[in-house]
Design a protein around this ligand. Structure first.
Ligand SMILES: Nc1ncnc2c1ncn2[C@@H]1O[C@H](COP(=O)(O)OP(=O)(O)OP(=O)(O)O)[C@@H](O)[C@H]1O
Ligand SMILES: Nc1ncnc2c1ncn2[C@@H]1O[C@H](COP(=O)(O)OP(=O)(O)OP(=O)(O)O)[C@@H](O)[C@H]1O
Lengths: 223, 223
């Protein structure tokens, strides 16, 4: 079991601290704002009010013993950088930090942050792509050139088997899963790597993987 | 080509407006804060300073003609709800809005928002899951029970073909892609739906899809 510290219990920090605690790990949460500390006190192993740019305060809270520290301070770039440096000097093995601009992110990397998080930017890209395409429910960037999209089964696909549809040879798209709400009611069922005999039903949601050009082409076909 | 309006040019709103403009669409950006408007003026079709709770100001900016409106106002729940209601009454077909709490999100749905965005919460879940697992580079929730993880090729896999590894029958995991940096240098290459003869190389990143129990089991094996 890993020990975590989350510094900055704003919306991102508190959600991360809560998820980590939910997954069964010890989490020390710290924030300069007393109300934010109080809101998390019941959820975390410890929730401490302190100024995280103060090394002695961090030590007093036991931060030096954690495996992973998450720094979730957005508005105040100076505080974000000072805190990361303190954590580095405390010898914390893994530091993850939120950045609000690319420049902020590059500085964090320079300071030795293992992973820089851009929550607003990443969500913006994801939602914007799904909004510009026809009927795309979700869009996930897999790499610079490949994406995963979720679309409702297009009417021409309904009733056909995957073998008949030939999505890979004809459209260069791989169907990695089908989400289906059972006719009898009950929760949605996900079928992963459906076989060639799988027949598409009305209201199926298809999860497709392909390169961005192929996905754009699908969008044109559907549009 | 769709017409978009983005109301609230904070970090999420400005990133969404910029991505939509980048994808070739017309974007009207509005914000009460002059500096935020000015920062986006060169990037968008129009950037207007106004109070979006004011219906006449919205009409004057031409908001009623857009296909999709994005409301990205986080801190001020009241403003977020008032703006959404104005947009509904202007007859805008699709409204997407950011929410900062689940309650806020439920109210937005009640008002007819087609999609509620929780950027901090979703990113928190994604990053927290990848942090608790051994060596997981990224984690994407596909549905309540299925996830996609990216992991460096575990040493026992290196040099083996996918057919030999039998990931589906033995571990219930589907390898949907392999990311590889060519030995000769140059950008990373993604191979989608690799075939049975694909041989895993050192430093490959494997993109795996499976149900959460199977992924947790993989994590135990790797840990
Ligand atoms: N020096 C510091 N020591 C401890 N906590 C701090 C310090 N500076 C900022 N914080 C805390 O970090 C939290 C997040 O800060 P801030 O609001 O700047 O970031 P944000 O990225 O806008 O937050 P959110 O995650 O809500 O989007 C706040 O609760 C704030 O009190
Ligand atoms: N009534 C309003 N009319 C126009 N713009 C508004 C109104 N209320 C808030 N805004 C703008 O919305 C933007 C985002 O607001 P706010 O900072 O509350 O949200 P946030 O969710 O914290 O932002 P971020 O996307 O940076 O995380 C700000 O630029 C603000 O000026």
């Amino acid at each position: 079991k890993k020990q975590f510290a989350v510094i900055g219990l704003g919306r991102l920090g508190s959600a991360m601290a809560a998820t980590l605690a939910d997954l069964g790990h010890d989490v020390i949460g710290v924030d300069a704002n007393e109300e934010h500390v109080r809101e998390m006190a019941d959820v975390l192993t410890h929730a401490v009010q302190l100024d995280a740019t103060d090394e002695r305060a961090l030590r007093a809270a036991g931060i030096q013993d954690v495996d992973v520290a998450v720094v979730s301070i957005g508005e105040n770039i100076e505080a974000s950088l000072l805190v990361v440096m303190q954590l580095k000097e405390l010898g914390i093995p893994t530091i993850v930090a939120k950045a609000v601009t690319s420049l902020h992110g590059r500085i964090l990397e320079r300071l030795g942050v293992s992973r820089v998080i851009f929550p607003e930017r990443d969500m913006a890209i994801r939602v914007a792509h799904s909004l510009v395409m026809t009927d795309v429910i979700d869009y996930i960037e897999l790499s610079r050139d490949f994406s995963i999209v979720e679309i409702p089964a297009p009417p021409p696909f309904v009733g056909r088997t995957l073998r008949e549809l030939e999505l890979r040879p004809r459209l260069g798209l791989t169907i990695i899963a089908i989400k289906r709400k059972p006719a009898t009611g009950g929760p949605e069922v996900t079928t992963v790597s459906p076989g060639g005999d799988e027949r598409i039903q009305q209201n199926d949601v298809l999860v497709l993987l392909g390169d961005n050009a192929q996905i754009a082409k699908l969008d044109e076909l559907l549009g």
